[in-house]
Design a protein around this ligand. Structure first.
Ligand SMILES: Cc1cc2nc3c(=O)[nH]c(=O)nc-3n(C[C@H](O)[C@H](O)[C@H](O)COP(=O)(O)OP(=O)(O)OC[C@H]3O[C@@H](n4cnc5c(N)ncnc54)[C@H](O)[C@@H]3O)c2cc1C
Length: 293
């Protein structure tokens, strides 16, 4: 029997996932849902627990590699307007987990609020950015978070204040099942100078990352604040290395690009090869930033 029988029109079986991630790869999700509101979301989570089915939350799919075999259990995409609201109150901006970071950054800049523009050029949603403390040389999302609203493992809505949040390199302690929204504390500034900064950061990003038309993913965490994974991979002579249709980007070695015909298995093999080489040559065990589903 279908474990989501009563969720007609909400849950689909065998849903293709390739068009929902930035590599455009991977097999289908056994079950897939895009809940319209928190009540539907909670009902889905409860059903997964009752049926002992795993579930995963999908944001923009820019930090996820889906295996060729597909994903077991339920993939929940947060995209409905209920999870995608932005409110500006003075210097505080509140955003739902499904808000695309690009929209949040430009809306804040237009409102004359600075802080989020350091994240210009990072794809994905507010939820994904909070989970992985998205950021780069210019700064990360963690320091500007005022509070986050989450669903805890008992399906209760909880507010986590800044004092209890901790953020490190590409990780946060926001490990509850679902991040619902967050508030950011920004600095009032002339909108034009914020937009100028956004443009500058955008230009640097474009120069240093794979071309926009390429299907790619950013693979490893940096081993430490002053040792970059990309530099190690480049020094190991791995730029341009290929396995099947997967290639280490020739623009930035911490990215893998998927060419036509690539499979997720190619990406995983290339990841293994990179890890082995960097370990042998430099003694660093590279840790994955990308989530393998
Ligand atoms: C071209 C390119 C450039 C990139 N550059 C950068 C960069 O400069 N800096 C950087 O940090 N990253 C970078 N990334 C990686 C990626 O963009 C970030 O990790 C981004 O924050 C992921 O957001 P997302 O919404 O796409 O998350 P997804 O890929 O959808 O999900 C990532 C993880 O977060 C979890 N998640 C998502 N939403 C929620 C939620 N609401 N509640 C609970 N869990 C959730 C998922 O379950 C998954 O484990 C880049 C990726 C690409 C493809």
């Amino acid at each position: 029997m279908h474990p989501f029988e009563e969720f007609v029109g909400i849950v689909r079986a065998d849903e293709p996932m390739a068009h929902r991630n930035w590599f455009r790869l991977g097999g289908p999700a056994a079950y897939f849902a895009s809940p319209r509101n928190p009540d539907e979301l909670i009902a889905l989570l409860k059903r997964c627990r009752d049926q002992e089915l795993p579930f995963r939350i999908l944001g923009g799919g820019s930090n996820v590699l889906v295996r060729d075999e597909g994903v077991e259990g339920l993939v929940i995409l947060l995209e409905s307007p209920h999870f995608a609201d932005v409110k500006v109150r003075g210097s505080i901006v509140e955003a739902g987990a499904a808000v695309p970071m690009t929209a949040l950054i430009s809306q804040s800049a237009r409102a004359g609020l600075a802080g989020l523009e350091v994240l210009t050029g990072i794809p994905g949603t507010v939820g994904g950015a909070l989970r992985g403390n998205a950021g780069g040389r210019q700064g990360a999302i963690g320091p500007i978070v005022r509070r986050a609203t989450v669903l805890d493992p008992a399906d209760q809505i909880q507010v986590r204040e800044r004092e209890v949040l901790s953020f490190a390199d590409r990780e946060s302690n926001l490990d509850e099942p679902v991040i619902l929204s967050a508030e950011f504390e920004l600095e009032p500034e002339d909108p034009e100078s914020v937009v100028r900064r956004m443009r500058r950061i955008w230009i640097i990003k474009k120069e240093n990352q794979p071309y926009a038309h390429q299907r790619s993913g950013c693979i490893f965490k940096n081993p430490s604040p002053d040792v970059s994974a990309g530099a190690l991979i480049e020094q190991a002579g791995l730029k341009g290395t290929q396995v099947g249709g997967a290639e280490v980007s020739d623009r930035h070695a911490n990215f893998i690009v998927a060419h036509p015909g690539a499979r997720s298995a190619d990406i995983l093999q290339l990841i293994d090869r990179i890890r082995q080489r960097v370990w042998q040559q430099f003694g660093y065990e590279l840790e994955l930033q990308i989530q393998v589903w």
